[in-house]
Design a protein around this ligand. Structure first.
Ligand code: CDM
Ligand code: ATP
Length: 289
């Protein structure tokens, strides 16, 4: 038996860090939403006790370093599953981009194996299991739009952002999330107004969404990689309504209400940046998780 799960990318509309915790992680407050750039995860039931990872993307590990592998292993161990699975990852989300590609693959494996192995785990329990794999996995299990607190695993649902176009541009550099958090200086960093973003979403006010975007990690990554600022400037000049780096970067996104503007931003980046996409926000949580 085979089944398919979509693993959409996320962007952080706002990302604040409150303080560093004793366990080394940072206490965050993030507004996140999913976009329709997605990996495609194919799961095939195996009678034998094996987890096989396959992908045509050379940056995707095919062993226990893969978050999708860890998700399958976690379910096997917790629920005593004797069956196995072959996991094929069609990678469409850029790797190490700040778009939670690996986390979303892991979340899709949790959702998919819950069906394939008939485990009947409810969504909130799956989301909790996700936090054992990575800080972004809980949000990715739930999808839609949410406020994430704690180290990212305490997620509450938020209204979908007003419809708009999202242009994503990833410069060809890799960024380590751990390094970016490590280099963050909370005294000098500029903190976004999370409550203003939540208020904007509750009112469905696109202009206020645009005014409230902010990412406390952005200055750390732009200092390491000035290309990120160049992309931001180029997007603004091409008419973006808002521009921001997603997560720990290096991907930058632009919001545009008009399709013609989004196309202009896309055209201005294409050629300058290898990986550029025009996508839509997915908005609300899917009916079936
Ligand atoms: C930057 C974001 O992607 C924004 O959504 C997340 O905060 C990071 O989520 P993630 O990639 O799932 O992060 P994890 O795999 O859990 O952690 C990677 C590393 O980032 C740092 N980290 C992560 C999350 C957090 N709240 N505080 C941290 O300090 C830790 O050094 C950790 O070792
Ligand atoms: N399924 C996966 N897909 C891509 N990379 C993976 C996967 N599993 C593990 N990895 C490893 O994790 C690293 C980070 O990849 P990923 O694409 O998840 O980063 P990211 O988008 O920056 O995540 P986040 O936004 O959550 O910080 C990669 O360099 C890769 O070696």
């Amino acid at each position: 038996m085979k089944l398919m799960e979509k693993a959409p990318a996320k962007i952080n509309l706002s990302l604040d860090v409150l303080h560093k915790r004793d366990d080394g992680f940072h206490e965050v407050e993030m507004v996140m939403t999913t976009v329709d750039l997605a990996d495609r995860i194919e799961l095939e039931y195996l009678d034998e006790d094996r987890i096989i990872i396959e992908s045509e993307n050379r940056f995707v590990p095919n062993d226990e370093r893969n978050l999708a592998f860890r998700a399958a292993k976690l379910l096997k161990d917790k629920y005593g599953v004797s069956a196995g699975v072959r996991i094929f990852i069609e990678k469409n989300i850029p790797v190490a981009a700040g778009l939670a590609g690996g986390s979303s693959d892991a979340a899709a494996v949790l959702r998919g194996l819950n069906r394939l192995w008939e485990l009947d785990i409810d969504t909130s329990e799956l989301a909790l299991l996700g936090s054992e794999i990575g800080s972004d996995v809980t949000f990715c299990v739930l999808g839609g739009t949410g406020l994430a607190k704690g180290r990212g695993e305490k997620v509450t649902e938020l209204p979908a952002p007003p419809p708009c176009w999202v242009v994503l541009a990833k410069p060809s550099i890799g960024v380590s999330t751990a390094t970016v958090y490590q280099k963050l200086d909370l005294e000098t960093a500029e903190h976004p107004q999370t409550s203003a973003m939540i208020d904007a979403l509750e009112k469905g006010d696109f202009d206020q969404v645009c005014q409230s975007v902010g990412n406390v990690l952005e200055y750390v990554t732009t200092r390491l990689h000035p290309q990120v600022n160049q992309i931001k400037d180029q997007m603004s000049q091409a008419g973006a309504d808002a521009v921001l780096m997603s997560g720990s970067g290096p991907t930058v996104f632009a919001l545009a209400q008009q399709e013609t503007r989004a196309q202009r931003i896309y055209n201005s980046l294409k050629g300058f940046c290898e990986e550029v996409y025009i996508v839509r926000m997915l908005g609300n949580r899917p009916d079936t998780c």
